[in-house]
Design a protein around this ligand. Structure first.
Ligand code: ARG
Length: 470
């Protein structure tokens, strides 16, 4: 952002004739939002263009005035994109900065741009447009990551691995099944961002400061020009409303939490202790000291960024709660939370996608964890259930078998038929057959379960979910 010293220019004085003293420098530092709300410039220009068109259509300004305003806005847009736009010391926020420059270019007619408009409905409109664009980006980013998960799942359909609860080996699962679990999180994220698009479908502009405006405006025209489905019904609500920012932040916080869980697993799985996968070199770093190290920094950062976004959500709830209607300066605090959340989330989604696509899984390590015989304990209990033993009793019997093996330091398959018979006469040859992971895997035929049949079915469901847009 370029600043120029305008202390000697007429624009250096305050916008309002109401005051005699200049603003205190410290007040300015606290109050000015130009340092961050310059990012709203494209939306502010688009809405000003539509607003000027509407003013002319309604006969509120002449068509010559409209053309002059449009030309000035076009020049401002050019200056912003080629970097020649100079922000002035006195520009309190992006709205004042753009109006100042339009007036410098167009002359006094620039002063007509703010007819029938307040910064209160203006900023709410810019924010709605920003949220709309970034909810759309997050929607696409989540869908793209879900597609990468789908591809990885498709490539690892019949790869057994140990499934965990409490990070203790629990039951064998297929790797594709585990990867698809993340896919569904991302599909829900995509749908949450689609809901955010619904929350920004009503145009705040035209509400004025709070009460409406004294001109015969056409809000529907402006709404259509700016891609809103309709106009906000209540001017008081329209300038007070930041629900859509909270909705975006809530969706972003949940999505970031999903990425953090994915990151956490990749950190674990890429450790030598697990050795389940390796991230490609392009997505890993080395150590400045230890030459052998390969660190999963992306996954670690995905893990760490989530609370930052959740923090923004909580902070904005703190800003908004208890605020009397309508606009209050507190609401200026919405921006940095939103901008940082969107920057962080978009970067994380892109990095997660790139890293995950680059991962190679280690079939042997995964299979060796899955072949841990203790993971079949539930299947053995269920075999007893099928032979008429109540489940709770079967659980106790198999718990005893497992304890015997642990105490003797043997594998379950090393227990003799006689030893098994001591626990239950119903434990026969099938006990040994069930110790193979494929037995356990392929018995999980319930809907959503891990058997190959069900995982293949789920793959189709996932494809259909990704093909359906919301
Ligand atoms: N910079 C302000 C914000 O971000 C713009 C709205 C100012 N409105 C006002 N009445 N002072 O909220």
């Amino acid at each position: 952002m370029s600043l120029r010293d305008t202390s000697s220019s007429p624009t250096a004085s305050r916008a309002s004739a109401r005051f005699t003293e200049p603003q205190h420098a410290v007040f300015r530092r606290l109050n000015d939002s130009i340092g961050f709300d310059w990012r709203l410039a494209p939306y502010d220009i688009a809405q000003s263009r539509a607003h000027a068109s509407m003013l002319a259509r309604q006969g509120i300004v002449s068509s010559e005035d409209r053309d002059a305003l449009h030309q000035a806005l076009e020049q401002v847009e050019r200056e912003l994109s080629d970097g020649s736009f100079l922000f002035a010391q006195d520009d309190e926020d992006i709205h004042m900065a753009l109006e100042r420059r339009v007036t410098e270019i167009a002359g006094p007619v620039g002063g007509k741009l703010h007819t029938g408009r307040s910064r209160n409905d203006q900023v709410a409109t810019d924010m709605a447009m920003y949220v709309r664009e970034h909810a759309q980006r997050a929607l696409e980013g989540s869908a793209s990551l879900a597609r990468t998960l789908l591809d990885q799942a498709r490539g690892h359909l019949d790869w057994p691995m140990p499934g965990y609860t409490h990070l203790q080996r629990a039951q064998p699962i297929y790797l594709a099944h585990h990867l698809l679990a993340y896919l569904w999180m991302l599909v829900r994220d995509r749908d949450r961002f689609a809901d955010v698009l619904g929350a920004v479908s009503r145009l705040p502009l035209g509400s004025g400061a709070l009460a409406g405006v004294n001109f015969d405006t056409d809000r529907g025209f402006v709404a259509a020009e700016l891609g809103f489905a309709g106009v906000a019904e209540n001017s008081i609500d329209a300038v007070s409303n930041r629900d859509f920012v909270l909705d975006y932040l809530a969706a972003a916080a949940t999505c970031a939490t999903h990425l953090s869980r994915l990151g956490a697993e990749i950190v674990l799985w890429s450790s030598q202790e697990f050795g389940f996968l390796e991230v490609s070199d392009a997505w890993a770093s080395g150590s400045s000291l230890m030459p052998q190290k390969k660190n999963p920094d992306v996954a670690e950062l995905l893990r760490a960024k989530a609370p930052r976004i959740a923090g923004h959500l909580v902070a904005l709830h703190g800003v908004m709660h208890g605020l009397p209607l309508t606009y209050n300066k507190d609401m200026q605090e919405d921006k940095e939370h939103l901008f940082d959340a969107a920057d962080t989330l978009e970067l994380c989604l892109e990095a997660a996608d790139g890293m995950l696509a680059s991962v190679t899984f280690n079939r042997e390590r995964l299979a060796s964890g899955a072949s841990d015989e203790f993971l079949s304990a539930t299947d053995i209990a269920d075999m007893l259930v099928r032979r008429g033993v109540p489940f709770r009793e079967a659980h106790t019997i198999v718990g005893g078998v497992v304890r015997s093996a642990i105490e003797q330091g043997t594998l379950l398959s090393e227990l003799t038929p006689q030893e098994l018979a001591e626990h239950s006469p119903l434990l026969d040859e099938e006990f040994y057959a069930l110790l193979k992971p494929t037995e356990s895997l392929e018995q999980k035929r319930s809907e959503g379960g891990t058997s190959s049949l069900r995982v293949r079915e789920q793959l189709e469901q996932a494809e259909a979910a990704l093909a359906s847009s919301r």
